[in-house]
Design a protein around this ligand. Structure first.
Ligand code: 9D3
Length: 515
């Protein structure tokens, strides 16, 4: 993978370069993980006085940037290719972390910085794909906003910040502001560090921090706090069927998923659905037997088992998780599925069928297993550590080669997981013999041990190690195991995992996309 390129079209190129060079972003540039290209729009003017502005038609204060130099500068950078082009403007949509995540997936970005009172609308129509502002206040130009966005986007690119699970996923209390922190000395200007932090009681410390984070958020960001409370309510409701819903709960808890749809009181729908079938039976007793095929009966049972319908979307890995209490909400969910969704995890057969009609295909069926205890596991095999890119060929050799065995897994994905610090390897006297990983949507998986090194507890150690890493982050470890992979199920059970009653289907968007 080549470096992600940030082009900036501006009248002040040195401002952008000098602003970003001394920072972490500058170091990433040196390491060739990213590349910065500041282009002086003035270099592209055809005016012999190097003029790039003129008066606005219809009158009004100030000057406008002309279309021609902007267009030619853009053309010089893109060579006519379609490249995501962001006009930084006070008239744009506010920049958010979600937007940063979205843009971090691009290989190349162009930022256009305006000056004077703006830019001739015609060139904007030709080249701009996104209009973005950084907030409701007035600056003197678009350079600082472009730098702000580049900083926020670049730090999400694997390798820019270093090799641990990214700062993004690191935070314990997503959706809340950070708790207050203290360092030495214990007492400063008669202010003591809160006693609980000196107690050494890890559990108490966590509780105190969560409470502080809550209070702070409620006080300073009531908007965030309201969303947090709504999510917490959903998590509590999903918790009534924890084994079946842990993937949804964890996505919400870890803050990686947006709620695109939720319906927590569909009980009356389920009743209606039952009443309907009931009526049908009353209306034509002689056809009643025939009208209930095995599939229908199964579907009715499914309809009654979940009292929540929910659609979650993890933008970073373009993965949806859905739970539908009944076919009516199933239809709503199928409709609300974002255009760019690549994977969907479902557990209702009617939802699976709806998705097949929408151009998704089943990758495989899986059992969901979760580890609900808080205690870390003992890791017998000692040589286990996070993988770096030097181990990439090994993982690819054993994991990406077999398409049938590992659907949906490719070397791009493996690279991303390693760089996210989410893969761990087992070694024997320095030689790698296996690995395990945490998937982008949060489940434990990718377990592999070389044939010659099996039956020595290395797989169990790898799993235990990954479980411990997840527990450290305050996560509930869970994983998806191919239905029928008894060996893996047995291993998980031995470690203390429980299996959900439901079966889960992983579905992938097919190229031939029907509507
Ligand atoms: C008189 C109309 N002004 C709009 C409020 C004109 C104007 C003011 C400031 C035009 C450009 C600018 C310079 N600002 C940006 O280019 C800019 C910006 C900002 O000022 N605030 C927040 N986000 C951004 S992104 C680009």
């Amino acid at each position: 993978m080549s470096a992600v390129i940030f082009h900036v079209l501006t009248l002040f190129p040195e401002m952008v370069i000098q602003g970003l060079s001394p920072s972490v972003i500058g170091r990433a540039w040196e390491k060739k993980i990213i590349s910065l290209n500041a282009v002086d729009i003035r270099d592209y003017t055809t005016d012999r006085h190097r003029k790039v502005d003129d008066y606005p038609y219809g009158g009004g204060a100030g000057m406008l940037m002309q279309a021609q130099p902007v267009y030619d500068a853009h053309r010089a950078v893109t060579g006519g290719r379609k490249v995501r082009t962001i006009y930084v403007t006070p008239q744009g949509t506010p920049f958010t972390q979600a937007k940063a995540r979205e843009l971090a997936n691009e290989d190349e970005l162009v930022f256009l910085c305006g000056h004077y009172e703006g830019i001739d609308e015609r060139v904007l129509e030709e080249i701009v794909t996104d209009y973005i502002s950084i907030g409701d206040y007035v600056l003197t130009g678009g350079e600082l906003p472009a730098m702000v966005m580049i900083d926020a986007i670049a730090r999400l690119i694997p390798g820019v910040l270093g090799n641990d699970i990214s700062a993004e996923e690191e935070s314990f209390y997503n959706d809340l502001l950070e708790y207050p922190q203290y360092s030495r000395p214990e007492e400063w200007r008669e202010k003591r560090v809160p006693e609980v932090l000196l107690s050494g009681d890890h559990k108490k410390v966590m509780q105190w921090r969560l409470e502080q984070a809550r209070q702070r958020t409620a006080e300073r960001r009531p908007d965030l706090y309201e969303r947090y409370q709504e999510k917490q309510l959903l998590i509590r409701k999903l918790g009534r069927h924890k084994r079946n819903n842990i993937h949804l709960m964890e996505s919400l808890e870890r803050g990686c998923a947006e709620v695109l749809y939720s319906e927590t009181e569909p009980a009356h729908w389920a009743e209606e659905a039952c009443a309907e079938t009931g009526n049908r039976i009353e209306a034509g007793k002689h056809t009643a037997e025939k009208s209930h095929t095995a599939a229908e009966k199964h579907s009715m049972k499914e309809q009654n088992s979940a009292e929540i319908s929910i659609l979650l979307y993890d933008r970073s890995c373009k993965t949806c998780m859905a739970l539908a209490a009944n076919t009516a909400s199933g239809k709503i969910i199928a409709e609300k599925l974002p255009e760019d969704t690549e994977m969907v995890i479902v557990s209702e057969s009617f939802l699976r069928e709806l998705l097949i009609k929408r151009g998704y295909k089943v990758l495989g069926s899986y059992s969901q297993m979760l580890y609900t205890r808080k205690e870390t596991l003992s890791v017998k095999h000692k040589e286990i550590r996070p993988l770096t890119m030097e181990h990439f060929p090994y993982v690819c050799c054993w994991y990406c080669s077999d398409d049938k065995c590992n659907p949906g897994i490719d070397d791009v994905y493996v690279r991303e997981r390693i760089q996210a610090g989410a893969m761990y390897g087992a070694f024997m006297e320095g030689r790698q013999v296996g690995f395990v990983g945490i998937h982008s949507e949060g489940s434990l998986g990718m377990l592999f041990v070389e044939e010659a090194f099996r039956r020595q507890g290395i797989a169990a150690s790898l799993e235990a190690y990954a479980v411990n890493r997840m527990l450290e982050r305050g996560w509930t470890p869970y994983g998806h195991i191919s239905v029928g992979n008894i060996a893996s199920e047995k291993l998980q059970e031995k470690l203390g995992f429980y299996k959900a009653e439901k079966t889960f289907w992983w579905m992938e968007k097919t190229l031939a996309n029907s509507t």
